[in-house]
Design a protein around this ligand. Sequence first.
Ligand SMILES: [Zn+2]
Length: 385
Amino acid sequence: MVCEARGVTERSQAVPPVLARVPGQPTAVAFLAGAVARPHHAYVFAGPEGSGKAIAARAFVAALLCRAGGCGACRDCRLALDDRHPNGFVVEPEGRDIHVDTIRQEVWHPAYRTPAEPGRKVFVLREADRLSPAAADTLLKVLEEPPADAVFLLLSARAYELPETVWSRCHAVTFAPLPEGFVVDRLIEEGVAPERARLAARLTGGNLGRARRLANDPDGSAFRDLAARALELAATGPAGALAAAEAVLDAAVAYRRGLRAELDAELAPFLDERGRPEEAYRGAVRRIEVRFHRRERRAEREYVDRVLLAASSILRDRIAACLGVGSELLMNPDRAPEPVGSVPAAVAALASLEAARAELAEQINLNARLVLEQAFLLTAPTAVG
Ligand SMILES: [Zn+2]
């Protein structure tokens, strides 16, 4: 059942402040604003990576949990916008899939229970196309007999992969890709220097969330610096390639350790003065911890991927420069690409990095060290200028 957003704008008096802040998606926002007062029980947010589905979902959750329909300032809004509301449940893939146990424990059980705080319960399933078949079946049972006080949001960049049976119980909200220029303007509005904004938008392929993190992170270019250093090391020969793999893995471990401080900050509002969870919030605290540990397990993999992606972009620029492509089309327009000895060899090196990324993304139990060493060994003979 696909709902048309047309006509909703006229019906809804005003867009709640919390939804008004969702960037670049006026149609989706108008539709959601019209749905706040009497929400359907399930929605699919469909749209490419970085189009703002997660931002819109947080805002919609806030609007559904806020007593004023999404004021953007109260405790309910603030917690919801932070993914920390005790009545808000966020489910993400663990490894490659969303498993059936996860759906049972984090959706099915809480859906039929009384929530921690009075009001609705809202469930957000990120990357919902990764539901395993058994997990999708369990979710379907909930969607077929939805509790009156629950709303389910399924987010997906590959919504066509969702089972038809799940689709048929949801209303669709579509998100268009954000143009690079929009991302640049938005970052500049937020106070980012124009050149940095353009670079961040380019490096993240117009993904607003990632572009913002990159632009505001003082360490934002660390990935590229590390990638450039790893390529340099690999260029010195086999020993250098092994050292390059080592350097990337060390940095990934340091990154994972740095996440700890974030967990402490997330939990603080739910702990008593002795640092123990307050009775009413045991469930919420446990969920935040589970989600954190999941994220922690993924952190090293994601970090490695970002470095490999940066290394790919550097090689791509070298190849492009060699072929006479202008600097406005480079992935790293702020850095002059080094010359390559042989274009076919550089293309092969680029392919080896991309193959490593694909392998690491597909197989969660793969030994990252071996994959990285192999990839850098293959880039070694080609990275020499
Ligand atoms: Zn509010």
